[in-house]
Write a protein that binds this ligand. Structure first.
Ligand code: EPU
Length: 432
């Protein structure tokens, strides 16, 4: 098992380039199977979730050619199978998008129940409700999500809660259905818009993505396309928070500043400086940051995926802060790990009360999920002494070359096998 070893206390400085958005990429890759023509996807993040989804797409008979680590050609002309039973798809959340796209094109889909990060209860009732409204029989049976239909007919679907996954899945399932589908109370995240833009580039007719109401008029067929995925809003936010947390000066490049407004506003409120450029933001911090209260919301609110990194940043702020998690019910597992690093955080139900301490201290900690792992890396960058973050396979699910990008910003961080004591010792002697 790999781990990161970090020597903290060094302000991050320089420029970092953000990769393509993970959560767009998962929807877009699944969407490629809606056509029998070849599709080229660029700016693909080089992360393990993508490898797993591409393997699943190959398993059903599509041809998948990686031109390089960030560009893939996919052709779904020879898809023979609409059931995916490989155990690997259980590891990721985005595998559920193959239910929407296979149902949309072949009127039949079966995918082992998706897994993903363990951040609380993650029902998919809204996905199933939507598929049923289009005329499919949809259920979870023997650990598998199954959906079958004679034909799919557009419907008016009102989601009971705002769900990124259900919104994207229903766009996928309905773009080849007969007539019009209207999705109300849709998620407005940038990746929802990105998937809609990609589908439209293949000939779909989707209007209103990015608003509460999405209207999809079914078309006969989708065709080839070349498409570049948008930058990852959450990776960008992670580097912005890391820059402020280490009192650094970082230009985060290849971003859409509009997607980062909730993060920018909070950083400015607590005393950091954020300068927006056309496709970059520069984050600097010099003094001790102030405390604040944050509540996670669907976009354009503060993203739940940055809740753990934000709590970490606030753990050394001047007074007491609160962070309310309103999307997932089990997303504070990392707090016990931060306590090992001297943070003072008390969680009651869905609220973390964070009493700012003077400094964090390095420790051995374990990542419990992707964003928790990123938060512990930031904690390690801030802390006095050495921090070891274990179970970094979670981090590698969603961040491309995190340690390499941080090293370019001046961080002292290595990735090693947890049994490789020699390399760790050498690193500690070197950066001492
Ligand atoms: N929900 C339901 N029923 C449903 C669907 C969702 O009750 O049928 C609830 C969930 O339990 C949750 C809320 O609605 O309380 C929002 O869930 P959503 O469906 O929006 O989340 P998701 O599709 O499971 C995606 C991202 C997550 C991100 C959330 C929220 C992917 C693959 N995952 O999950 O990303 O946190 O949206 O923005 O796109 C991550 O990247 O670290 C990550 C966890």
């Amino acid at each position: 098992m790999d781990q990161y070893v970090i020597k903290g206390g060094i302000p991050l400085q320089g420029e970092v380039t953000v990769s393509g958005a993970k959560n767009s990429a998962l929807g877009i890759l699944a969407a490629t199977v809606l056509t029998d023509e070849q599709v080229c996807i660029k700016n693909l993040p080089d992360i393990s979730d993508i490898d797993i989804l591409l393997n699943a797409i190959e398993e059903i008979g599509a041809s998948v050619t990686r031109k390089d680590r960030n560009t893939v050609l996919i052709c779904g002309a020879n898809i023979k199978q609409t059931t995916i039973e490989s155990e690997n798809v259980r590891k990721i959340r985005g595998s559920y998008y193959l239910v929407g796209s296979l149902l949309g094109r072949f009127k039949s889909a079966g995918v082992l129940m998706p897994g993903g990060c363990n951040i609380g209860s993650r029902p998919i009732d809204q996905h199933l409700k939507g598929f049923r409204a289009l005329g499919a029989d949809a259920e979870i049976t023997h650990g598998m999500v199954k959906a079958d239909a004679k034909e799919l007919v557009g419907a008016h679907i009102y989601f009971d809660c705002t769900s990124v996954g259900a919104t994207i899945n229903l766009m996928l399932a309905s773009c080849l259905a007969k007539g019009q589908t209207i999705l109300e109370n849709s998620a407005k995240e940038p990746h929802v818009v990105d998937v809609a833009n990609f589908l439209n580039s293949m000939g779909a007719n989707i209007k209103g993505a990015g608003t509460d109401i999405i209207r999809i008029t079914g078309v006969e067929k989708l065709h080839k396309s070349t498409y570049s995925i948008i930058p990852d809003q959450i990776e960008a936010g992670t580097f912005m928070l890391a820059a402020a947390a280490t009192k650094g000066d970082v230009v985060v490049k290849n971003v859409i500043p509009k997607h980062l407004e909730a993060i920018t506003a909070k950083l400015v409120e607590i005393g950091a400086s954020v300068v927006e450029m056309d496709d970059a933001v520069r984050v600097t911090a010099t003094d001790r940051l102030k405390s604040t209260s944050v509540r996670t919301y669907p976009y354009p609110g503060f993203p739940t995926d940055l809740q753990a990194p934000m709590t970490t940043l606030l753990s050394v702020s001047s007074e007491t802060s609160t962070l309310t998690e309103s999307i997932f019910d089990g997303r504070f597992k990392y707090v016990d790990e931060l306590a090992k690093m001297s943070a003072k955080i008390k969680v009651e139900n869905n609220v973390a009360v964070i009493t700012g301490v003077d400094r964090l201290t390095g420790s051995k900690v374990v990542a419990s999920d992707l964003r928790a792992g990123a938060a512990l890396v930031i904690a390690g960058l801030m802390a006095e002494g050495f921090t070891t973050v274990e179970q970094i396979e979670y981090v590698e699910r969603g961040y491309e070359n995190l340690e390499g990008k941080l090293r370019k910003l001046g961080a002292e961080i290595i990735k090693t096998d947890s049994k490789d004591e020699k390399t760790v010792k050498k690193f500690k002697l070197k950066v001492g």
